[in-house]
Design a protein around this ligand. Structure first.
Ligand SMILES: *Cc1c(COP(=O)(O)O)cnc(C)c1O
Length: 361
């Protein structure tokens, strides 16, 4: 058995050089004489690693000094609730744009803590296109405007950052963070579970504009309060030290590849290669998403005959192409093309798809 091309949606592929370095350092990390998993998060060595990781991320994404970076737990799902608790006063409302499964869930989970107003939604077209900007009903007095730049399941992506005026823009970037340059100053808050483009599951990144930390006025435990986490360098309690470490290795790997502009170019090319194969298949394969909204990260696609799905999945796995099964909400197939998946992997997928069509078309 050997490692092979992994198209998993999350937890997802991690760059191989990162895994190799982690393997080399598994028993002894730097001069700790122990693994990074076995040392105190409050010791000098780990504190230095934590600070270094934040510095590397700040350099990579050009994060301005008036934004705080938090390394939390609980996934993006916990942030659905925490961001409402922290950014909105009780009784205040917030605008939500629904573009697929995850933005729906974000709105639902925030609802106990903020008056959720659906500013726009694309449910009526089955999330095959983004809601037209002209139809968004935005409120100047909203606590924030929430959207999901990349919908991991439906395979839709915003090409640019929506204009929110004075209202802080909040984005769930779980499946697109660090895949292209990040205009942080356009946002009030960005959050992402790590398990797609950053590292292993169990770590959650929050980037939040400092002035927004003062908004959390309702009673809540310290662990839920961004200001408290920021004041304690995300170490109010024991953090996910191993996840933090692997994220740090991934940030260095991205920088060594040429940073976010290089990632953007690679990701564009990978997505173009796959969409061209789908569109050029004469209807054998089909991606239902409006061409202007197609995701570079997650490509759902369907065979002209769904009865072939099982054969496709079995044969693709035999060919070394892993995890191409579509999300259960949509069925069909899905290829996730995160940073860690190289062009070669996409070429292998496309070659397999052509051969499969010849055999079964
Ligand atoms: C995966 C994903 C989530 C869920 O993340 P958890 O870390 O499992 O809570 C939320 N939003 C988006 C856009 C995702 O891709």
């Amino acid at each position: 058995m050997s490692r092979t091309w992994n198209f998993a949606a999350g937890p997802a592929a991690i760059p191989e050089p990162v895994l190799r370095q982690a393997q080399t350092e598994r028993l002894e990390w730097r001069d700790a004489r122990a693994s990074v998993m076995e040392i105190s998060h409050r010791g000098k060595a780990f504190m230095a690693l934590a600070a270094e990781t934040e510095r590397d991320l700040r350099a990579l994404a050009d994060i301005p000094a008036h934004y705080r970076v938090l390394f939390l737990q609980g996934g993006a799902t916990l942030q659905f609730a925490l961001l409402a608790m922290n950014l909105a006063a009780p009784g205040q409302h917030a605008d939500y744009v629904l573009s697929g499964h995850w933005s729906e869930k974000a709105a639902r989970e925030a609802a106990p803590y903020v008056d959720v107003r659906i500013a726009a939604d694309a449910r009526s077209n089955g999330y095959s296109a983004l809601p037209p900007r002209a139809d968004w009903r935005l409120h100047d007095d909203a606590a924030y405007l929430h959207y999901t730049p990349n919908e991991t399941i439906h395979g839709l992506e915003f090409r640019d950052v929506p204009e929110a005026g004075q209202v802080p823009l909040v984005a769930d970037m779980s499946s697109s963070i660090l895949s292209e340059p990040l205009p942080v100053q356009r946002f009030g808050m960005i959050y992402a579970g790590a398990q797609k483009n950053i590292g292993p599951a169990g770590l959650t990144l929050v980037i939040v504009r400092e002035d927004l930390l003062a908004r959390a006025q309702r009673p809540m435990a310290g662990i839920l309060r961004y200001a408290e986490q920021a004041a304690h360098e995300s170490m109010l309690n024991t953090p996910n030290t191993f996840g933090w470490y692997l994220a740090g290795l991934t940030f260095k790997w991205i920088a060594a590849q040429g940073g976010l502009p290089a990632m953007a170019a690679r990701n564009r090319r990978k997505a173009d290669t796959l969409y061209a194969a789908i569109d050029g298949s004469g209807g054998f394969y089909r991606n239902p998403v409006d061409a202007a909204a197609r995701s570079r990260m997650n490509v759902p696609f369907f065979l002209h005959d769904a009865r072939l799905d099982t054969v496709f999945l079995r044969e693709s796995e035999q060919a070394g192409l892993l995890a191409l099964k579509g999300h259960r909400a949509l069925g069909g197939l899905r290829a996730s093309l995160y940073n860690a998946l190289p062009q070669e992997g996409v070429e292998a997928l496309v070659a397999f798809m052509r051969a499969f069509q010849q055999r079964h078309g």
